[in-house]
Design a protein around this ligand. Structure first.
Ligand SMILES: Nc1ncnc2c1ncn2[C@@H]1O[C@H](COP(=O)(O)OP(=O)(O)OP(=O)(O)O)[C@@H](O)[C@H]1O
Ligand SMILES: [Mg+2]
Length: 298
């Protein structure tokens, strides 16, 4: 009775979009304070799952609870970093004001921010070590630095669960490591639960408690050793998969192709890549090598 509720609990959940089943009869639970890496091929349903947790995609069946409570839109205990982060790189707005806009119900212009808002913005900037960075305009920050401010935004209001959708997209390995370490540190400091989706397992290996791997409408949740195996992944990919371990790194292979790697390599630096808006997913981004960064649409 007095057991603390799961941070997240899915019981026989089915998610459908436009008549297609994305997840079918999926059950698992995640405990408070866990860092869970969410993996799976393009279109597996990582984003859809996060949106369902936020109450933005209705469940077609089953029950979905956050902190013991059925999902509802506008749940203040969840912080969300969407996968599509368009147009940030072109904006002259100062980092501080960018974070403050989210704190203040998107009211523009900091002169109107209340003392409480400023205090909250200072708090989250401090948490992610971006107090200095935030003095500069977004357009003058690196992708990794902007990511830091996006994380600060997610932490406004003190959420218990963070949903971070592909925070590593388009960052170089150094910045990837920095973002993972930052999220891990903040997560431990605050004792919050994190779902962190990614296309590659390796950058997350040192941070993860468990992996949630989606594919083929189903999900596998467990430790890396439990989930990143030939039989489990072959079931999730619906084709024979090999798992190779080299120097502490793990490679998920289909034949001689590394399956995880190729998915999102060419998304542009804001993460508004080509696999969204109409569901045209393609595994290899090389059809659009140089159109990144200039046509900010949203
Ligand atoms: N609004 C929508 N209407 C209909 N189908 C959608 C919609 N959004 C996504 N889909 C489809 O649902 C499936 C799951 O998409 P989702 O974005 O959740 O996958 P994902 O695992 O996040 O993929 P990625 O790795 O590309 O981000 C895809 O086949 C996609 O085409
Ligand atoms: Mg996605």
């Amino acid at each position: 009775m007095n057991r603390s509720p799961h941070a997240l609990e899915l019981e026989r959940v089915t998610l459908e979009l436009a008549g297609r089943t994305i997840l079918r009869d999926v059950s698992f639970s995640i405990e408070p304070g866990e860092f869970v890496g969410v993996l799976g091929p393009n279109g597996a349903g990582k984003t859809t799952l996060m949106r369902a947790i936020l109450g933005l995609v209705p469940t077609a069946g089953g029950s979905l609870r956050v902190g013991g409570t059925p999902v509802a839109r506008g749940n203040a205990s969840i912080g969300y970093m969407p996968q599509i982060r368009s147009a940030l790189s072109g904006r002259r707005v100062r980092g501080y004001d960018f974070v403050a806009m989210a704190a203040d119900g998107h009211r523009w212009g900091l002169p109107h921010a209340s003392a409480a808002t400023r205090h909250e913005v200072d708090r989250v900037l401090e948490l992610v070590g971006a107090a200095q960075l935030a003095r500069r305009p977004l357009s003058e920050l690196s992708g990794g630095e902007r990511q830091r401010l996006l994380l600060a935004q997610c932490l406004l209001g003190g959420p218990k669960l963070l949903l971070l959708d592909e925070p590593l997209i388009s960052l170089d390995p150094n910045h990837q490591r920095g973002v993972v370490e930052l999220v891990r540190r903040v997560q431990r400091e605050l004792g919050i639960t994190v779902l962190f989706s990614a296309h590659e397992l390796n950058p997350l290996l040192n941070a993860l408690d468990r992996v949630l791997y989606l594919g083929n409408g189903v999900a596998a949740l467990g430790t890396v050793d439990e989930v990143i195996t030939k039989p489990v992944l072959s079931r999730l990919y619906g084709s024979p998969i090999d798992v190779m371990r080299v120097n502490g790194r793990i490679f998920v292979m289909s034949g001689d192709v590394e399956v995880e790697k190729h998915d999102h390599e060419h998304e542009d630096e804001d993460g508004n890549g080509h696999s969204h808006g109409g569901g045209h997913h393609h595994g290899h981004g090389h059809a659009h090598p140089h159109d990144s960064g200039h046509s900010h649409d949203v």
